[in-house]
Design a binder for this molecule. Sequence first.
Ligand SMILES: Cc1ncc(COP(=O)(O)O)c(C=O)c1O
Length: 377
Amino acid sequence: MNVGFYRSLFPITATHIHLASCSQGALAKPVSRAIEDYQHELLVSGNNWKAAMRKAEEARERFAKLIGAEADEIALVASVSDAISAVAVSLSAGAEKRKISFTDIDFPTVGHIWLAQESFKEKTSIIRSCHGEIPLEQYEQDVTADTLITCIPHVSYYNGYKQNLEEIARIVHQKGSLLFVDAYQSAGHIPIHVKEMKIDLLTAGTRKYMLGIPGAAFLYIRKELAEQLKPQITGWLGQNPSSTFDIERPMFAAGTRRFETGTPSFISIYAACSALNLLLEIGVEQIEADLTELARFTIQYGQEKGLHLIGPANLDQRSSLVAFQVGDAAKAEAMLRDKKVIVSAREDVIRIAPHLYNTQEEIQHALDELAIVLKKI
Ligand SMILES: Cc1ncc(COP(=O)(O)O)c(C=O)c1O
């Protein structure tokens, strides 16, 4: 990869060290131009509906390519929470099994959504982690024959712990459960192949490692499964084209498209298309290989500086998001920002989350500054 060229596409790298892709990826010039294109089309044409709908189809194809799915297996949604809610509500309506399993390392929105479903509330089971990790035996034990769906994060937002999706899929399928993966902390920098990994449902949004902006996310559901589901949150864009304008005879669209509702945030979709083109041009495998080297350095240098690593040190079990326990993380984040180092605080940790535009020297400088900051707070 021509690091210098790709790095030059991200203006923030000229003035700051941006290591917060687990929260908001840096904005690339082509992505910024795509946002302007959307505005420009409206300014000069007055109505860009057709062009915008074409862009939405382009985004659908790119999301599908990113995870090895077919375009019809992708629904464009506004956020990961919307994707999970859409699934939760439609499963509430029909399923015989009532047990829902999610993990205590999921992003909190997962629990908030499932616990809001009255019909599942009594049978919700939380798979517990040990030191931020979940051994496979825990899934063997907690996922049972009455589990309808098991929800897991691919990568923990808190400590970068990465789960073995193939093995977890094997276990939960043996028990007759569906597997729903939240890939928001992995999509864009860790390869995902839903067919090979045998994932039933998956969601991710664009503002983190996918280098987009808020307002665009996607929901993947394996086609045969999607067509058995009846969305309870729906709308005209989730309809078969023959019923889009038939107010009395709704008919769901083929595949996962049926989970769409109304007009999406086109501006976010323009950004997503451009960002995905960039990621796919470089290749997620290449990005992962480069980021693994940065993670290796972050862990080693952070420990040399006396920082306390949270999560596994083994690179096979983690993503490039490296978290150090610091106590007052919000204060450390603010103090680093004053030094033009952008990192992301969560509870008691500072997360160092590089992307394709970062260098080892930047991480070294950021960790030097973090060690100085920690002596002051
Ligand atoms: C793993 C994970 N899932 C879900 C979310 C929330 O996504 P959204 O705001 O799109 O619902 C986040 C946000 O940080 C996240 O890290």
